[in-house]
Design a protein around this ligand. Structure first.
Ligand SMILES: O=P(O)(O)OC[C@H]1O[C@H](O)[C@H](O)[C@@H](O)[C@@H]1O
Length: 330
């Protein structure tokens, strides 16, 4: 049976400087009392990751502009997941199973992993941190599987943010497990009605607002005029979110994650959420690389890897010069 994951306080006291050897990586206490790791890049580029949830809550570019949405009403206290940034949905996405919505990884305390198994060296990485989550005795009662979930959060020298998840089945022989997963990424946008998403045209999707019924998207880029909650199936590895007003394009690259969820709660649902401002739906959009339709199955000893890379590039697309292929092929 796996040892329970240490609490945040234990993780901090067990964090000698050797755990965070780089001057670009720092463990700090936030005003809420929760601990976060700060990754610093060139100029004002910076990423913040809470040990609570293993959750990225902030990603800033060279100019110090925030690129992720974090609600002004976010609650930084268990058992609620933090509203915004990049919550990790594991071992269940949404209501696709018997666990609580989006699983439990997003409201558990992760630890800093001082000795992770190696990942391919990427010379473009400026600063990174490795976190780990193992199930506690309580977790094993609700999901009776032993696992090691390793998460690397890395800030590239050009300001790209990457998240690499490695999930290993550490059950005894013969005990497979299956799970669904998502990087529930909240992007900050200037005005949702000025945003369009490219890469999901003509894709099939399950509509969460219509009892998960399957439909096919039309041929145009996706725009937003009302509540959206769709799981696009077998989506391409690159998706672009084009913010006309900000003249900014987010490029989302995903590996090992076939699906992509698109969510905006719009006005009515926004009002119903305790940890979300009534009008905040106008300034956010979730595009979530995910594995939802076909659960991932791991045998004991097997490891799965799922990766997300985010970059924010200036766009001149408001001038009508957009070549979608350039965006989608990088
Ligand atoms: O409120 P939460 O549990 O964080 O879920 C927020 C949203 O997450 C996903 O995008 C789901 O597709 C939505 O159905 C859900 O409403």
């Amino acid at each position: 049976m796996a040892a329970p994951a240490p609490s945040a306080a234990a993780a901090a006291s067990a964090s000698p400087p050797a755990l965070l050897p780089s001057p670009f990586v720092e463990l700090v206490k936030s005003p809420s009392g929760l601990e976060k790791v700060v990754l610093r890049g060139s100029r004002n580029c910076c990423v913040e990751v809470y040990l609570y949830g293993g959750q990225v809550t902030s990603w800033k570019n060279d100019n110090g502009e925030e690129l992720l949405f974090l609600s002004s009403k976010a609650i930084f206290k268990p058992p609620k997941a933090i509203r915004g940034g990049i919550p990790i949905c594991f071992p269940q996405f949404g209501t696709h199973g018997n666990l609580e919505q989006h699983g439990f990884a997003r409201n558990r305390f992760w630890s800093i992993d001082s000795d992770p198994p190696p990942l391919p060296v990427n010379p473009a990485i400026k600063a990174f941190v490795d976190l780990i989550l193992k199930p506690s005795e309580e977790d094993l009662k609700i999901w009776p599987h032993s696992f090691e979930f390793r998460l690397r959060v890395a800030l590239g020298s050009s300001g790209d943010l990457s998240l690499t998840s490695r999930i290993r089945n550490t059950n005894p022989p013969g005990k497979n497990f299956s799970y669904t997963f998502a990087y529930h990424t909240y992007f900050s946008v200037s005005d949702i009605s000025e945003v369009r998403v490219e890469g999901l045209e003509t894709m099939d999707y399950l509509d969460n607002l219509k009892a998960k019924e399957r439909f096919t998207e039309q041929g145009d880029a996706i725009v937003f005029e009302s509540e959206v909650d769709k799981v696009y199936l077998a989506a391409p590895s690159k998706i672009a979110i084009i913010d006309h007003e900000k003249k900014r394009t987010f490029v989302v690259t995903k590996e090992g994650l076939p699906d992509a969820v698109v969510w905006n709660p719009w006005d009515k649902k926004a009002k119903a959420m305790q940890d979300f401002g009534d009008a905040e739906y106008k300034g956010m959009l979730c595009v979530e690389p995910a594995a939802v339709e076909k659960p991932i199955i791991l045998k004991p000893g097997e490891e799965w890897k799922g990766r997300l890379v985010l970059s924010a590039v200036p766009s001149s697309y408001c001038s009508g010069q957009l070549d979608p292929l350039k965006v989608l092929q990088g």
